[in-house]
Design a protein. Structure first.
Length: 478
């Protein structure tokens, strides 16, 4: 083991004397440090801003005066998704999906105020995060450091001397691997620092530790790949060219191909197409604002039979409120069906992209990182579902109030009779029916479960490259 450490120490000493290596390392270190600070500050500001906006939206809603219940259905309300602690490292899909939704009756709105859209004038650099730097730039540093880690000694003749002195090829490769591992360990320090800060901010230790472990796996994969290429090839220029080409393909080309393949494999209709399809089916449900719509004739007969009455004006409940409740229930079922179909297709597309991690460790790490940080597509879908439950429960509570607190006669005459209009206003205390909304990330165990597959792909890469290095080390001869 002392020999392995001496070999690694010599590599560290050699790298510390190289200006190219030092400049590259300092450049990446500065980029990682600055990006980490800016991202952490931005996410913290967003979290504080969204929490404040949620409180303001609830205060404004609860401060509304006495109104007709259905007016409050259309007044609407906002739901905000506060970023999880690990979003300071990997904001994930938050930058493109939006983090707030306007909730109102008869509609399921999409999330709004995505950072990528608001920062479009920055030319794409708004999306530069610590996670993207580690996934894209840090492997380049390992390539610069290690492309000649074996070939340098082969070309200078020192490799043959080491082997002739009785040092095994496996021992030499262990020393070289330890040298690259030491560099990887230093590069992981900012990740570990951000993980500790996230734990201090309330993050589950399991998620933070697994996130650091995932990036350690990723750097180990690249370190072993660099070592294997330097071991198996005969010229440094060829090794450097091959490593850079592999980086371009796996980090830039394959992700683009994966996205196109996912779109081709799982067709997902656009918003306009989905809205048109829903409108065509919505006509059969009827207009909840028109209690005389023929679509509610069967409901009318059922309610009249239930109360033993001949006319809706004789009912002990407000027929208009009954129609609003029934219509919202049917419409929400239709909207949920379409929304679930869309989310199912999006999840399937995401799985296709993740499967390309078998040929791109960057894709595997990205999927695991987003899942563990709580900024993946599954988290966004849960936000959509939970905000929809909030919207539906509140709208139906107001519709129930509409049906039971207002008389049908006053409701029908309120447009022409000021006194009837005054009687159809319910107390503002009723707005407390709206529950406070606080979105929290999934438990760490659930996030870890979603990260198992992509982390497994990284382990697969690691195992294959370990075999390549071991086989290459054993074939070394003096």
């Amino acid at each position: 083991m002392s020999l392995v450490f001496r070999i690694a120490r010599e590599e560290w000493r050699l790298w510390s004397r190289s200006r190219v290596v030092v400049i590259a390392a300092l450049t990446i270190a500065v980029l990682v440090g600055v990006t980490s600070l800016l991202t952490a500050r931005g996410v913290a500001d967003q979290a504080a801003n969204r929490t404040a906006r949620q409180a303001e939206a609830e205060a404004a809603f609860f401060a509304q005066p006495d109104r007709h219940p259905h007016r409050m259905v259309h007044y609407g309300h906002y739901a905000f998704r506060t970023p999880p602690p690990l979003a300071v490292f990997d904001p994930g899909v938050d930058a493109v999906t939006g983090q707030s939704i306007f909730l109102e009756g008869h509609r399921q709105n999409t999330a709004m105020f995505a950072d990528a859209r608001s920062g479009a004038d920055l030319g794409g650099f708004a999306a530069l995060t610590p996670a993207s730097l580690y996934q894209l730039l840090v492997p380049l540093l390992l390539i610069v450091l290690g492309h000649g880690i074996v070939l340098r000694e082969r070309e200078s003749g020192t490799l043959a001397v080491h082997l002739a002195q009785g040092q095994s090829g496996l021992t030499l490769m262990l020393g070289k691997a330890l040298a690259l591992a030491g560099v990887g360990g230093l590069l992981l320090l900012p990740v570990a620092a951000l993980a500790l800060a996230a734990i201090a901010g309330g993050e589950a230790p399991l998620a933070a530790v697994l996130l650091v472990g995932g990036y350690a796996l990723y750097l180990a994969v690249w370190a072993l790949f660099v070592l294997a290429v330097s071991l198996w090839l005969d010229r440094r220029s060829v090794a450097l060219g091959m490593l850079v080409f592999a980086w371009l393909v796996t980090s830039l080309v394959v992700p683009r191909i994966a996205i196109d393949a996912a779109s081709a494999a799982v067709e997902a209709p656009g918003k306009i197409e989905s809205d048109l399809a829903m409108l065509s089916r919505q006509r059969a449900i009827g207009d909840g604002h028109n209690a005389a719509d023929p679509a509610f004739e069967a409901l009318r007969k059922q309610v009249l039979d239930q109360y033993g009455k001949q006319d809706v004006a004789q009912l002990p409940i407000n027929w208009r409120g009954v129609v609003a409740d029934y219509s919202e229930k049917k419409l929400t079922a239709l909207m949920n069906e379409i929304a679930e179909d869309r989310m199912t297709r999006e999840a399937a597309q995401s799985r296709v992209v993740t499967a390309f991690g078998i040929v791109s460790p960057a894709l595997a790490l990205g999927a695991a990182s987003r899942a563990l940080a709580g900024t993946d597509l599954a988290t966004h879908h849960r936000f959509l579902r939970e905000s929809e439950v909030l919207r539906y429960d509140f709208v139906q509570a107001l519709n129930n109030l509409h049906a039971r607190a207002l008389t049908y006669a006053d409701d029908a005459a309120r447009s022409s009779d000021p006194e009837a209009e005054a009687r159809t206003r319910v107390s503002a205390k009723a707005w407390s029916l709206l529950a406070s909304f606080r979105f929290v990330p999934d438990p760490a165990s659930a996030r870890a479960a979603r990260a198992v597959q992509p982390l497994g792909l990284l382990v697969f890469w690691l195992a294959v490259l370990c075999c390549a290095v071991v086989v290459g080390a054993r074939r070394l001869r003096p």
